[in-house]
Design a protein around this ligand. Structure first.
Ligand code: HEC
Ligand code: HEC
Ligand code: HEC
Ligand code: HEC
Length: 152
């Protein structure tokens, strides 16, 4: 019996070390995992509140439509119908809440249009693009294209 115990000792000692390690791991895990982790799923539930606290910058175009029905109608008539107002006018939630407080800046047109339309072989061929170096260079785009409905 005694000799059996002596022979098993070399298994029991590492088993004890392993169990201590497991215990330390469990304690460390409890200490570092945020309290709300796993409340709803495999993420920190309190992260939802953190995100909700961030200020809102974009109002969404439904908000713009309340006041700017004319621009909305014009935009919906052309190929820019898929471009949201704030894609061109920038985040405007302060303006939409109180138009007197701030006005969305109107971006320099050449920079705005070329951001999407400058010819580039990496763009899909169906996307309408022009090389501004040769497409009426030096003339502002809005002399010929109305930004809200750019077809001539
Ligand atoms: C509550 C009504 C209201 C809402 C909502 C609203 N606007 Fe306006 N917006 C105005 C008024 C009023 C003016 C000022 C018109 C003027 O000065 O001639 C204006 C002016 C503008 C201008 C012109 C700025 C300039 O320098 O002339 C732009 C661009 C504009 N709004 C974009 C937007 C966008 C984009 C949204 C949606 C995110 C939006 N607006 C939501 C009322 C509104
Ligand atoms: C493709 C870019 C683009 C989109 C999309 C766009 N706008 Fe504009 N918008 C412009 C530019 C550029 C001007 C300035 C026009 C100028 O100075 O001749 C302008 C001017 C305006 C003005 C000033 C008055 C006027 O008609 O010139 C208002 C108000 C306005 N936009 C609202 C809107 C709203 C609301 C939407 C969404 C329904 C929208 N815009 C979508 C580019 C855009
Ligand atoms: C956010 C990207 C974006 C911006 C900014 C933008 N466009 Fe467009 N534009 C588009 C898309 C998307 C289409 C539709 C492309 C298609 O279906 O082939 C389009 C279509 C057009 C067309 C073809 C219209 C037609 O009916 O054939 C012209 C012209 C045009 N845009 C000019 C302009 C001008 C001028 C400006 C600047 C005031 C501008 N775009 C700003 C995305 C943009
Ligand atoms: C002097 C007038 C004029 C000016 C300024 C002008 N364009 Fe055009 N644009 C045209 C004409 C005309 C067409 C249609 C003929 C064609 O398809 O080539 C056109 C077509 C386009 C198209 C559609 C191309 C296609 O494949 O169907 C885009 C995109 C465009 N222009 C963007 C712009 C941008 C961006 C600017 C400013 C940097 C600009 N244009 C300035 C006259 C103009």
């Amino acid at each position: 019996m005694f000799s059996n115990w002596k022979e098993a000792a070399h298994l029991i000692r590492p088993a004890i070390v392993f169990l201590i390690g497991l215990g330390l791991f469990a304690v460390a895990r409890k200490a570092v995992i945020p309290p709300t982790f796993g409340q709803y799923g495999h993420y920190r539930a309190a992260a939802l509140d953190d995100i909700r606290r961030k200020p809102i910058h974009f109002a969404g175009q439904d908000a713009c439509a309340v006041c700017h029905t004319d621009q909305l109608k014009v935009r919906n008539a052309g190929l820019h119908r898929t471009i949201a107002c704030e894609a061109c006018h920038g985040p405007a939630s302060i303006h939409a809440d109180d138009p007197g407080k701030s006005k969305p800046a109107i971006t320099a047109i050449a920079a705005l249009c070329t951001r999407c339309h400058e010819a580039n072989p990496a763009k899909p061929a169906w996307f309408k693009q022009v090389s501004t170096a040769s497409h009426n260079a030096g003339t502002s785009c809005e002399i010929c294209h109305q930004p809200h409905s750019p077809k001539l």
